[in-house]
Every structure is written in C-alpha cells, then in structure tokens.
Design a protein. Structure first.
Length: 279
C-alpha cells in the first residue's frame, strides 16, 4: 500500500509514539487499594465539619484541602487522615467533581493543597485542564502551598499529561523499579546522616528541582522542597505515613511511630512554608 507520509513525517510519528509510550509508563505510584477511592470514600468527622464550613471557602475555611478524587489510593487517603488527625489539623476534602467546580480564588483560600498517593494519570484524567490550571495558579500566583506524596510528586511535574507543571522536571521512577521491585523498605538519608527506613511503592526519584531533603540509597532525590512562584512545595517519593499493615513481608529498622512522626514533620513544614534541613 502506498504511504501518504514522507520519510521525515514517518520518523516524527515514530518518535512521538515512543515518547508517548515512555510517558505512559511514568503514571504514578501504586500502593494498597490505590484504585479503590475513586470518589466514594466515606467522609470522616473532620471532613463533615470542614465541608459544612463550605468547600468553596469562607471565614472558617480549614487550612488544608485534601484531594480524595479519582485515582487516589483509599489506603493512602486513610493514612494521611490519620496523620492530620494526630496533628489536630482540620481539613476539607475534594473529589474530582468538587475540585472541577471550584475557581482559582476558591482553591486559593486554602493554605495547603495535599495530594496523596495513587495513580497520577488517573488523577489527571478526572480533572479538567481548567482545574489543573486553577490549582497551578493558586500555588504560583496566590502562594498556596503544595504537598505531594508519591503520585502527588509525579502530579507536580512537567508531564505531557494534565499535571500541575509546578516543577520543570519530568520525574522517573526510583531506580529499583527497573530491577523488578514494586515495593520495598527503602533507607532514606537526611542531611545530618540520620537514616529512616520508609515504605516505597513505585514512587518517583525527584531529581532536577529544589533542595534535596532526603536521598535514596543510590544518592538520587527522594524528598525535595522549594518555591514554585509564590508557593512552597514539598514532594516525597516515599510514604512515611504508611501504617503497619503496609509492611507485611518487609523488614524495617525504623518503627511505624518514627516514620509517621516524620510524615507529620513534612505536613507541618508544608503547611507553614518552612524549609527543612537539606543538602
């Protein structure tokens, strides 16, 4: 059959296809029950109180907006809520449809936007381009802070997908993913030499942007922080909020309590816009 494309056009098409397939691999992280949340998670007591105040924002708007929409992990949403509860922080939750209905000014009334783990591509597909632009602008222009864990880290990058484009980097999986490892206890090293075993499951290495707060064993960035326009961002490729039930079949030298305390440190720093010790 005669080709309707020149050799150059066919080459460009093949290159485009290759890039698309590559980016399709970099979807985000999976963890227990990542796909179960969708938009059906039952609200907690704090959710009800926060949403009663008005998810669109008011004088009683809570400081944190936690995304619980399509693509987030129900297990991770529950783990994050536990950390927020222990910190006695109030928050509102937003499903995909609720976030899609909010304007930039309504989103910017929150001090911190919290994106938990799940699947970044699925998350992006549930949101309109206007919505991701509104969140981006609320951070960059209005100074809202952003905390992204695992898929939330991927979702902040400069992907071809409908991501937030808060950082110029395009993040890849941490290197052990390419050795066939999907979840593991990974030793994260802090600038003072302290090492904490953290739960990792198909999370990103966060090279190329910001200050490195924690490093993977191979020296790549596991946790980073930095400014994006007027906003303050913290991204983590690991899950310090992980409960004991996620540790089945793995050996940790760091207790759940210590790891969860570190998760609380990340939340507090992201909320206040404080810089953590970094390399």
């Amino acid at each position: 059959m005669r080709s309707w494309f020149s050799p150059d056009q066919r080459l460009r098409a093949l290159i485009t296809l290759a890039f698309t397939l590559t980016f399709a691999i970099l979807t985000g992280c999976g963890m227990p029950n990542w796909s179960a949340t969708q938009q059906k998670a039952a609200p907690s007591v704090m959710d009800v109180a926060a949403n009663a105040a008005g998810i669109t924002g008011s004088s009683t708007t809570p400081p944190i907006l936690l995304f619980v929409g399509s693509g987030t992990s129900s297990g991770d949403v529950a783990a994050v809520k536990t950390i927020l509860g222990n910190l006695k922080l109030t928050y509102a939750t937003a499903t995909s449809s609720q976030l899609n209905a909010m304007s930039q000014s309504q989103i910017a009334k929150y001090k911190l936007f919290f994106m938990p783990g799940g699947n970044a591509v699925t998350i992006s597909k549930g949101l309109t381009k206007t919505t991701t632009a509104n969140v981006h602008n609320a951070v960059v222009s209005n100074g809202m802070h952003y905390l992204g864990i695992c898929a939330g880290g991927f979702f902040a990058d400069h992907s071809i997908y409908n991501y937030l484009h808060l950082t110029p980097s395009l993040y890849d999986f941490y290197s052990i993913y390419y050795k066939g490892v999907s979840k593991a206890a990974v030793e994260i090293t802090q600038p003072d030499g302290t090492q904490l075993d953290q739960y990792w499951q198909e999370g990103p290495e966060l090279n190329g942007w910001g200050n490195i707060v924690g490093k993977y064993p191979d020296g790549s960035a596991a946790i980073v922080e930095g400014k994006s326009g007027a906003g303050w961002i913290i991204l983590s490729g690991v899950h310090p909020e992980a409960p004991a039930s996620w540790r089945t079949g793995m050996t940790f030298t760091t207790s759940v309590a210590v790891d969860n305390a570190y998760a609380a440190t990340l939340v507090t720093a992201a909320l206040s816009g404080s810089s953590l010790p970094h390399y």
